[in-house]
Design a protein around this ligand. Structure first.
Ligand code: MG
Length: 261
């Protein structure tokens, strides 16, 4: 019997937050008006939740959260060449990493699933002979498969599902928030990985993208892998590296960090 009572109590406690609107046990506004301050505070305390207490996050001088994993500092040790798994060959100077065209894509040594990503990128001076997709193209791939486009989209028309902040070839960004060529651009991205049971996809991935603090993708469903030609695919996979694209342009990066979610 005691066990049963405990079970009932646990159910009531667990269910309480879900039934606030219908809970007749809470006083009406008229009843509250007649109460003393102490009685009202006692009623207010019933909906206070004191645990769990959120972990404290502090910030270093570069405003990097204390629980973040820095991916770019004074070395490229967090990165590997995709083509052979060896050391990344991109250039690094004063904490700024620049694509070495022709050396190939690079990926993180570490695998990631759900993350918050902060990444700053910069286009080199625009070559007027290069337009559209050829103007300062790169990209950040989540789990090695899903690209959020990096492109110099400042006064540079292209197909919108391929401009900066697009889920490439899938979802057009809400707006174009690209700063003038040469200025640093900031991406803050929340990525939720797709879930699989064996080869069956249980739920798609989702991505939220802020570009220079402006919302471009609002919990956008990711249809599947990024494909240049053809429809997205949905292969099962686990946690995987982040990848940066060498599209032949000297795009630069700095201050990259992730928080595992
Ligand atoms: Mg790209």
């Amino acid at each position: 019997m005691q066990k049963f009572s405990f079970f009932i109590s646990a159910v009531i406690l667990t269910a309480t937050p879900l039934t606030w609107a219908q809970d007749k046990a809470f006083p009406t506004a008229a009843e509250l008006a007649k109460m003393t301050d102490a009685e009202r505070h006692a009623q207010a305390a019933r909906t206070e939740v004191w645990t769990p207490v959120p972990k404290v996050v502090s910030f270093n001088q570069n405003n990097v959260p204390s629980d973040a994993i820095p991916l770019l500092g004074n070395s490229l040790s967090a990165w590997r060449a995709v083509k052979d798994g060896g050391a990344a060959q991109w250039q690094l100077k004063d904490g700024v990493m620049t694509v070495l065209p022709g050396s190939g894509d690079i990926r993180t040594a570490e695998n990631f699933c759900d993350i918050q990503l902060h990444l700053e990128w910069q286009s080199p001076p625009a070559d007027p002979a290069k337009t559209g997709q050829m103007r300062n193209n790169s990209g950040i791939f989540f789990q090695d498969k899903y690209e959020v486009q990096i492109l110099d989209s400042y006064q540079n028309p292209t197909y919108p599902n391929g401009q900066a902040g697009a889920v490439y070839k899938q979802t057009i960004p809400l707006v174009n928030a690209t700063k003038p060529t040469g200025q640093w651009q900031v991406y803050d991205i929340i990525y939720k990985a797709p879930r699989f049971d064996g080869n069956k996809r249980l739920s798609p991935g989702y991505v939220t993208v802020l570009h220079n603090g402006v919302l471009l993708q609002n919990h956008t469903e990711i249809a599947g892998t990024t494909e240049w030609i053809g429809p997205p695919q949905q292969p099962a996979h686990g946690c995987a590296p982040l990848k940066l694209q060498d599209h032949g342009d000297k795009v630069s990066f700095r201050n990259i960090w992730v928080r595992k979610l």
